[in-house]
Write a protein that binds this ligand. Sequence first.
Ligand SMILES: [Zn+2]
Length: 244
Amino acid sequence: MTENKTALVISAHAADFVWRCGGAIALHAAKGYAVTVVCLSFGERGESAKLWKEPGMTLDRVKDARRAESEKAAQALGVHDLIELDLGDYPLHLEREDKFRLVEVIRKVQPSFMLSHSRFDPYNTDHMYATQVALECRMIAQAWGHEPGQKVLGAPQLYLFEPHQTEQMGWKPDTFLDITPVWDRKRAAIECMAGQEHLWDYYTRVAENRANHFMRNSGGQSGGRKAKYAEGFQSIFPRTVDEL
Ligand SMILES: [Zn+2]
């Protein structure tokens, strides 16, 4: 029996998954994982400044533009399923029923691992709220008493992807992923974000710097091989191993 490999990204806004874990998505998609991305909102109010500067802009037009961009980016990365929950941003808020919808997605996907934001982000509280929601819904999905009869969730790792202004967020990576083989796909997805062109080269430099950290640490673990582009992650839960 072949077990389906799956992963789940929980992104506060429509573009976050591209900058922060686009490489991880493309790499795992290439390895045969079905990667589901949930965008809790489009970032229509808080992360769409360029669109709002156009005359006659409306909330619906901004959402449509953000939806189109994120769909294009998801396609470039090989995302299996992009789910836009459209819950509103600035502030992002989930009612109990919204959380249960997310739990339903988590149980359906049964992810091998999950990805979300840093635990602290004083510049963008939607981001840390999304992580809180991810942890809460992961917990509910594990509960035998929630919708008894459904398949409960195991204990997938939750990796926190790299925030903007890393040090301000109290984020410290413990995992570096070599994304060199899929860098072209991440860059293509980044370039779908027409409204944030000022970030394209910034996130290319971040990936190059993280590749240097991958190399500095890869001697004992990854054969000391070189990497040109990498992403960093902070894991929440301990790793269980058979050998050290
Ligand atoms: Zn965001």
